[in-house]
Design a binder for this molecule. Sequence first.
Ligand code: CTP
Length: 234
Amino acid sequence: MGLTANRYPPSPIRFRPLSLRCLITAGPTREFLDPVRFVSNPSTGKMGYALAAAARAAGWTVDLVSGPVSLPEPAGVMVYPVVSAAEMLRQTDALFGPCDILIMTAAVSDWRPQVSHPQKLKKTGEALTVEFEPTEDILAALARRRRPDQLLVGFAAETEDVEAHALAKLARKDVDLIAANSVAGPQGAFGSDQNRLVLLGRDGFRAVLGPAAKTAVATALIAQLAPFLAARSR
Ligand code: CTP
């Protein structure tokens, strides 16, 4: 039998896409003073990369906007490398529209030098005073233009009063959930393979994940999102 034309008319039912689209940011940003000097932080990107792998394992389509890190790209994940907070804002903003879930683990620099010199500054033997200006708060900016069906998850890196500060950030940035972690001392989250997260939401939602390997904590966090996603798609 030869090829036959499709005998069925197009279905009037519109299906939701099978795969959820998840946008994750990870790692530090670098804010250059001149071509050889920058301000940054000790973030290694491990938590964000573990989340990208866990989200992929859950069957989601994953975009990962990554500051400078030394980690292998997670299989099946689209990685967008950036350097500065301004670049991270531009790239994340460009990918935000079609995403169902945004998870901002990136340790975005809160300030950048007001002037970035095009040539290496030569030392003079004198003290150097650098003026810093604030960078844009990416998460807060995206939250202001979100759709109601998008789920926004922030991270809070704190050195003291971890949960109180994280709850204040949840309200200030107007996100659905915030994952609080301690970055105090040598046992803090930066660079470690282990983490303990307290996931905080509105109406008193609270779940403790870990302490455990970041890969296990990432899988647990992705699993925690299911009821929130179901509530939004109704
Ligand atoms: N964040 C962001 N843009 C910034 C700073 C932070 O999007 N310029 C995001 C982080 O990715 C994280 C959340 O906001 O999801 C909280 O970041 P954190 O560094 O803990 O707090 P800050 O907002 O920087 O506030 P503070 O420095 O006062 O603790």
